[in-house]
Ligand binder design. Structure first.
Ligand code: NAI
Length: 303
């Protein structure tokens, strides 16, 4: 099991800037051939320019790596197919997909327009669906794949003004959970990173700039390169990565209660049991593909 990526082909979406660029540069240094996808638009997803992808391709080549550009938007099935076809045509396969492309249209829920909601879902959620769907066939055929999704603390914990972005980032985790189950038998692993970094997306958001400068996007990419390697045997994981710190995030469930179902269950019973239902000192992780404590309660009902 190696951390090297020689012979592997990786597609990184939104790799013309920020985190995606760093992921692409590191994956290339690890030996992978890279498709640098980027439509080169603005942070809010408007416009387009091939220069962003071209520049990163040139950087990879200058460092002795191999890369091909793609300028399609991830927001349509055809665009996603072109992105994956770029890998197949240039390098003959696709082993790694990093769903990284992203935009922001922040506004409080009271003020957000539905067009801004949909635009954010189109890139983060549907872009991840379309690109992964396009890569799934080749990965299934070759019985190998590493898919890395990009979520956010806005999706795992919420953030003011980001109802569109936070819910799209949470939806990406729902997709990952299912693909972790469906992909396992074909050696396709699906994981997510929840990054933090100073990029054009986060500069100008009113965060403390002197602190944000410590969050070099290059500090995030080692997690991506590890998840992209054969060495990674985790699937369905969410890994936090920011400022040189790394962790793993998971759903937990409290021990809770199981009432006798031969009698009616009342709201007062729920109220009485609430301290136990809410007691996180008894919580355990709910492993991917199981119902965790709920499964144990189901089992007790079957007995
Ligand atoms: P960025 O704005 O620097 O880079 C995003 C790239 O995606 C840009 O080059 C852009 O042109 C490209 N892109 C946007 N829409 C696209 C589309 N439809 N098709 C192809 N490419 C497209 O932003 P950053 O910070 O590097 O973000 C990368 C990912 O990390 C995003 O998914 C973002 O939501 C996520 N993220 C970033 C955090 C941070 O602290 N920077 C925190 C949490 C998540």
């Amino acid at each position: 099991m190696t951390l090297r990526l020689d012979g592997r082909v990786a597609v990184v979406t939104g790799a013309g800037a920020g985190l995606g660029r760093e992921h692409a540069l590191l994956l290339a240094r690890q030996g992978a051939k890279i498709v640098v996808n980027d439509l080169g638009g603005s942070t809010d997803g408007r416009g387009g320019d091939s220069a962003a992808a071209d520049k990163v391709v040139a950087e990879i080549k200058a460092a002795g790596g191999d890369a091909a550009p793609n300028y399609d938007s991830v927001t349509s099935p055809d665009g996603a197919k072109n992105i994956v076809d770029t890998a197949l045509e240039a390098f003959g396969r696709i082993d790694i997909l990093v769903n990284n492309a992203g935009i922001l249209r922040d506004k409080s829920f009271a003020k957000v327009e539905m067009d801004d909601f949909k635009a954010v879902f189109d890139v983060h959620y549907w872009g991840s669906v379309y690109c992964t769907k396009a890569a799934w066939g080749p990965m299934t055929e070759q019985k190998y794949g590493r898919v890395i999704f990009t979520t956010s603390v806005a999706g795992t914990a919420g953030n003011f003004g980001q109802a569109n972005y936070g819910s799209a980032k949470a939806a990406v985790l729902g997709l990952m959970n299912v693909l972790a189950i469906e992909g396992r038998k074909n050696n396709i692993y699906a994981n997510a990173i929840s990054p933090g970094a100073l990029t054009r997306m986060t500069s100008g958001l009113g965060m403390d700039e002197s602190f944000m400068e410590k969050l070099n996007p290059a500090f995030v990419s080692p997690a991506v390169a590890w998840l992209a390697s054969e060495r990674c045997e985790v699937t369905g994981g969410i890994f936090t990565a920011a400022g040189g710190g790394f962790g793993r995030l998971h759903y937990f469930e409290t021990f809770g209660v199981q009432f006798d179902t031969s009698a009616p269950i009342t709201v007062e019973m729920f109220d009485d049991a609430f301290p136990k239902i809410n007691d996180f000192s008894t919580a355990v992780p709910a492993p991917a593909g199981t119902e965790g404590r709920m499964q144990e309660r189901f089992d007790s009902l079957k007995r």
